[in-house]
Design a protein around this ligand. Structure first.
Ligand SMILES: Nc1ncnc2c1ncn2[C@@H]1O[C@H](COP(=O)(O)OP(=O)(O)OP(=O)(O)O)[C@@H](O)[C@H]1O
Ligand SMILES: [Mg+2]
Length: 209
């Protein structure tokens, strides 16, 4: 479960996130919708422990982020599309990350690629991937270590209708496997059907819904 209480982030006297309180139940999908610059990415960075809040607290599966742990221990995240090396194949990219995390090996990497609909043995360099293929690769990276919690920043961004549908299916499959998922989007329609709960953010604040 993800629990955020009274999260406020101030940078150089500018309030980027203001008193955000929300939770994501175990095994459910929650979404945060908001226009460009509303503070979605900043909030996700705080949840993942990449940024510390000025005020408030985040708990992921009972671990207080920034206190008990620097990063939640069972979390897969995409915050802004990761920089994959363009001359590598998808498998090579994921294997590099797998070596860092030391939780996934080649079997898990190939399984993750298959899950997101990328051809596991493909020799194609990711520099030649379309945006949709890169999004799929990013999702594969987030799921390859089989984390309990997934935090995905705009996983539908730039995808065509089929791509959005495919990502929905992947995330529903994850939910069925018992994962807790938090996603953002600037387009309510893209995620509304998928989410058990949708929060709306505007200028750093959560709107009542
Ligand atoms: N490290 C930082 N230092 C200062 N300001 C920042 C920093 N990161 C983000 N901001 C500002 O915080 C505000 C919210 O940014 P954020 O990236 O969270 O928006 P967003 O909702 O994710 O937008 P988008 O839909 O474009 O991704 C913006 O005004 C941005 O300029
Ligand atoms: Mg963003």
């Amino acid at each position: 479960m993800i629990k955020a209480e009274g999260i406020t982030k101030v940078i150089r006297k500018k309030t980027l996130v203001k008193d955000a309180t929300f939770s994501v139940e175990d095994g459910s999908i929650a979404g945060i919708v908001g226009r460009n610059g509303s503070g979605k990415t900043v909030l996700l960075k705080i949840i993942c422990g990449f940024m510390l809040p000025t005020e408030g607290a985040v708990e992921v599966n009972g671990e207080r982020v920034g206190k008990d742990v620097d990063f939640p221990s069972s979390l897969g995240a995409i915050i802004e599309t990761p920089g994959f090396l363009p001359w590598q194949t998808a498998e090579q990219c994921l294997m590099d990350f797998a070596k860092l995390g030391r939780k996934a090996g080649r079997t898990e990497v190939l399984r993750a690629l298959e899950l997101v609909g990328l051809e596991p043995g493909s020799k194609k360099h990711v520099g030649n991937y379309s945006l949709g293929m890169r999004q799929r690769l990013a999702i594969a990276q987030a799921v390859m270590e089989d984390p309990d919690v997934l935090v995905l920043d705009e996983p539908m961004n730039g995808l065509d209708i089929q791509g959005v549908e495919d990502v929905r299916k992947i995330l529903l499959q994850m939910k069925q496997a018992g994962k807790t998922i938090l996603i953002t989007s600037h387009n309510r329609e893209d995620i509304a059907v998928l989410c058990d709960q949708v929060y709306e953010m505007d200028a750093g604040s959560f709107l009542q819904n």
